[in-house]
Design a protein around this ligand. Structure first.
Ligand code: FAD
Ligand code: SF4
Length: 510
C-alpha cells in the first residue's frame, strides 16, 4: 500500500531509521507554509535558515533515491495548510497510510493527531534526535516537589556514559565545575572570529518580499552565514572543538562589547533543526577533549556537556510536562508592553543597546546576554510574559517553542513561579559590570541607585524585591535579599522606589 511520510521543518534528521532503505511505495512530503511564518514576526535570518535547510534536506533525500514532494512557498498547488496539502496528496497518489514523526510543538501535535484521522492507517515515529523521550523528565521527577536540573543531569551522564568512569563516578572527581568557570573576559585566551558560511540568498529574500511575508532584522543577502546541511554543521562543530572549547567554560558567562559570540558554539540553530544530534555533538566534543587533555581542562568540556545533555533535554522535558498551561503563566501579573527600542536597539542603556542590536543584526545572543541583560530587564520592568515570549520566539534563529518558552517564561521571567528555576534571575548593574565591559562609557552611572543618570538596573532591582515581597519573601533562595533590604534606610528606600517609578513610566525613553 502507498504511504505518505510528512517531514516538518525542524525534523531534518538524515540519520532517522526512515531513510535507511528506499521503499518504492513511500513518498516523503515537505512544505513551506505561509501561516507558519506569521504566528509571530520572525527575524529574516531565521526564516531563511529554515527554508535553506529544508530545501537542502529534500534535495539530499532525492539524491539518495527517495521519492520526495516539496511544496515551495510559491508552488501553484500549495494550499498553505498542512491538512489541505496532505489531503490533496492523499487523493492524487491514492495514499492509504500516513506516517509522521512526533512534533516538538504542542500545537502541531494536535494538528497532526487530527490529520491522522483522515487516513485509513497511520503511524507515529520518534524523531530519534533527543537523548530522552518526551516524558522522561516528567517520569524522572514524579513524586518530587521540584524539578532540579542537577539531579537530572547526573542521571543523564550515567545513563549515557558521558564523562563517567567505570564505577559511574564523574571524570575529574566532581559533577560540576561551575566554580572554575564563569570568569569575566581577561584577555588570557585570544578571541576567535566565529566560523561564518557564505551563501547568496538574494533570491530567497526576494521571494519573501514578493509574497509580502513580514519579517524584521538585518541580513547580508550576499553572505548568509548560518550552516546549511550536515557537512556545515560538522564544520561548525569541528571549529568549536579546535578553536573555542579550550576557553568555553572559563568565559561562558562573559560579555564583551566588541565580540558577540566569544567562545560559544552557535550550534543551537542547526541542533534545533535536528540536522545534527546532541549525542553526536557531545560525543565529538568529549572525544576531542580526550585527545587534548593536556591543553583543555575538564571544566571546559563539562560546562559544555551540561548545556547539551543537561539543560537542553531538561527544558524539552519540562515543555512536555507543563504545556499547554505553561503558556498562560504570569506569576507577577505583569501587563506592560515591550519598549519600542526592542525593535531598533535605540536605547541609552549600553548593555541593552549592545545585546539587542546584536540580536537584531545577527539573530543571535548568547545565554547570559539573553538571561542577565535582556530577560533581566524585562522581568524588572514588569513586561507581560507573552510579549517577552513573542520577541524571543521571533528574534533568534534557534527559537523553537519547546526551548524558547521554557527558557523565557520559565527560567528568565519566573512567570511559572518557580517550575524551571528556584529563584528569579535578576541583578543590578553590579553583576553586569562584573561580567562585561558594557558599563564603561555608558550614559548611565553604574554606581548610582537614584538621581541624575542613575543606572536603571539598580533602582528597578530593589524595587522588584520591594514590589513582590508578598510573593518572594518566603522563598529561601532570596531571603538574603530581604535581609539586605531591611538594612537600607527608609529614606533611601523611598528614593529608590521613586526613581524606579520614574523609569517605569518612561520605559520607551531609557
Ligand atoms: P553554547 O553556549 O555554545 O551552548 C551549547 C548548546 O547548549 C547550545 O547550542 C544549546 O543547544 C544548549 N543550551 C545551552 N543553554 C541552554 C538552555 N538554557 N536551554 C537549552 N539548551 C541550552 N536556546 C535555544 O536553542 N532556542 C531558544 O529559543 C532559546 N531561547 C532562550 C531564551 C532565553 C530568555 C534564555 C535565557 C535562553 C534561551 N536559550 C534558547 C538557551 C541558550 O541561550 C541558547 O541555546 C544559546 O545561547 C545558543 O547559543 P550557542 O549555540 O552558541 O550556545
Ligand atoms: Fe547597563 Fe547600567 Fe552598566 Fe549602563 S551602567 S551598561 S545600563 S548596567
Amino acid at each position: 500500500s502507498k504511504t505518505l511520510r510528512l517531514i516538518l521543518g525542524d525534523q531534518l534528521n538524515t540519520q532517522h531509521p526512515w531513510f535507511a532503505d528506499k521503499q518504492k511505495d513511500v513518498t516523503y512530503v515537505m512544505m513551506e507554509i505561509i501561516p507558519e511564518q506569521l504566528y509571530v514576526k520572525h527575524h529574516i535570518q531565521k526564516i531563511i535558515g529554515f527554508f535553506l535547510n529544508m530545501r537542502h534536506f529534500a534535495l539530499s533525500l532525492k539524491q539518495q533515491g527517495h521519492h520526495v514532494i516539496y511544496f515551495y512557498l510559491d508552488s501553484a498547488e500549495n494550499q498553505q495548510d498542512f491538512k489541505e496539502n496532505l489531503l490533496w496528496l492523499k487523493q492524487k497518489l491514492s495514499i492509504k497510510k500516513f506516517e509522521y514523526q512526533l512534533p516538538d510543538e504542542v500545537r502541531l501535535d494536535e494538528v497532526l493527531k487530527e490529520i491522522q484521522k483522515e487516513f485509513k492507517e497511520s503511524k507515529v515515529y520518534d524523531t530519534y534526535h533527543f537523548l530522552t523521550s518526551r516524558n522522561e523528565v516528567k517520569d524522572f521527577f514524579r513524586g518530587k516537589k521540584q524539578y532540579l536540573m542537577e539531579n537530572f543531569y547526573r542521571y543523564m551522564r550515567k545513563k549515557h556514559q558521558i564523562l563517567v568512569d567505570d564505577k559511574q563516578n564523574p571524570i575529574g572527581g566532581q559533577w560540576n565545575f561551575d566554580a572554575e568557570n564563569r570568569k569575566k573576559y581577561d584577555g588570557k585566551a585570544p578571541l576567535k572570529d566565529a566560523l561564518l558560511f557564505k551563501r547568496d540568498v538574494t533570491e530567497l529574500v526576494a521571494l519573501l518580499d514578493k509574497l509580502q511575508i513580514p519579517y524584521f532584522g538585518g541580513i547580508n543577502k550576499k553572505e548568509y552565514n548560518y550552516p546549511v546541511g550536515r557537512q556545515e554543521a560538522f564544520a561548525l562543530l569541528d571549529y568549536f572543538c579546535q578553536e573555542l572549547l579550550p576557553a568555553f567554560g572559563t568565559y561562558e558567562d562573559a560579555m564583551l562589547k566588541e565580540h558577540v559570540t566569544l567562545f560559544h558554539s552557535r550550534l543551537s540553530f542547526i541542533l534545533n533543526l535536528k540536522v545534527i544530534s546532541p549525542y553526536e555533538v557531545v560525543q565529538q566534543v568529549v572525544k576531542y577533549w580526550e585527545l587534548h587533555q593536556n591543553s583543555i581542562t575538564i571544566a571546559q568540556v563539562e560546562g559544555f556537556t551540561r548545556q547539551v545533555i543537561g539543560w537542553r533535554e531538561y527544558m524539552r522535558g519540562i515543555y512536555w510536562a507543563e504545556m499547554p498551561d505553561f503558556k498562560e503563566k504570569n506569576f507577577f501579573n505583569y501587563s506592560t508592553s515591550l519598549p519600542t527600542w526592542f525593535w531598533d536597539g535605540k536605547v541609552k542603556m549600553n548593555c541593552l543597546k549592545h545585546c539587542i542590536s546584536n540580536s537584531l543584526e545577527h539573530a543571535y545572543a548568547h545565554h547570559i546576554q539573553r538571561l542577565m541583560v535582556i530577560g533581566n530587564f524585562t522581568l524588572l520592568a514588569g513586561i507581560h510574559p507573552s510579549e517577552v515570549d513573542n520577541w524571543f520566539l521571533g528574534v533568534y534563529t534557534d527559537a523553537v517553542e519547546w526551548v524558547q518558552i521554557t527558557n523565557t517564561r520559565g527560567m528568565s521571567q519566573f512567570a511559572d513561579g518557580g517550575i524551571v528555576g528556584s529563584k528569579p534571575y535578576v541583578s543590578s548593574a553590579n553583576y553586569i559590570d562584573k561580567m562585561s565591559n558594557y558599563c564603561k562609557g555608558c550614559f548611565y552611572d553604574k554606581a548610582k541607585r537614584h538621581g541624575n543618570k542613575a543606572c536603571p538596573f539598580n533602582s528597578l532591582y530593589w524595587n522588584f524585591y520591594i514590589a513582590h515581597e508578598d510573593k518572594l519573601r518566603s522563598n529561601q533562595r532570596v531571603s538574603m535579599m530581604y535581609k539586605l533590604l531591611e538594612k537600607i534606610e527608609p529614606d533611601e528606600k523611598e528614593k529608590i522606589t521613586e526613581q524606579a517609578k520614574k523609569y517605569l513610566e518612561n520605559l520607551n525613553s531609557l
